[in-house]
Write a protein that binds this ligand. Sequence first.
Ligand code: SF4
Length: 357
Amino acid sequence: MATTLSPRLERLDSPLRAAVADGPDGYCGVAPDEHWAEEVRRLLALRGATLLAHNYQLPEIQDIADHVGDSLALSRIAASAPEETIVFCGVHFMAETAKILSPDKAVLLPDERAGCSLADSITADELRAWREEHPDAVVVSYVNTTAQVKALTDICCTSSNAVEVVASIPADRTVLFLPDQFLGAHVRRETGRQNLHVWAGECHVHAGINGEELAAQARRNPHAELFVHPECGCATSALYLAGEGAVPKERVKILSTGGMLDAARELGAARATLSRSVLVATEVGMLHQLRNAAPEVDFQPVNDRASCQYMKRINAAALIRCLADGLDEVFVEPDIADRARASVSRMIEIGNPGSGE
Ligand code: SF4
């Protein structure tokens, strides 16, 4: 990843820049107080930049952002925004996706070391070898993949449209689904498709939210609804618990992060509902948005240790360094970006671009 500055990204003076240090878990040394918030807004205005934050970011980063959302929604906002500089508070593949959809804009990721264990589950070379084993297969990739993997993909998908994308492929065509095994299992269950091969990748954060914890929490909170992200190791357990009658089926909702927010708003608006508490199975950053969307509902994590250390690298100090120094700029080779964009566009043509992580 290059760190050469675009001509439009010259360094800016900031009184907070000198306090930024580089520690073992990323940049540190700046507190997210009012003075910091004012300085962030000043630097953004000087750069003419817009600030986007993923749902899993720290609360202070979400609160200062111009837009908060899932990775695909934010990438589409980046493309339609009037600003020429995008500051993307998320992880690397997300900033890459924004760059793919906005090739002429400068896209900054406040710490280029913010990776993703799921996107790293499969490399372009591994996908090339898998395709050679199944030369007639259609490759469907979740958006949590690198630009190189998207460039070798026929159709991208998100967690809310994965079933629809796979269902649009003729039944006699073999499908290679990657990289998430839990989302793949969900798609196989929903479509009943036997010619669907699933890559054995996983996100370490979501895989750590397991069925045992979910079952124990469901027993302790018999009236709570369950919001489960399909990347979770417990998605299968949630459906199993519902099938066994341990949790009423209508209380289990398998939802993308965008779907969780919609469901939270509905629950908050339905004053007559019995259930005022929800167990949430996804990364804990999501709770901040859910609680903002429906303050009257009690949202609790299934696993309060499910925190993504890559997302949390984007903190107050990283944001000051990014805005003052004009770093880290994300680049994608034009031919890779063209092919990756085609796989995202095919998904949008199928309809319901939906939302992913
Ligand atoms: S929570 Fe998992 S899938 Fe999401 S960015 Fe972190 S490592 Fe990747």
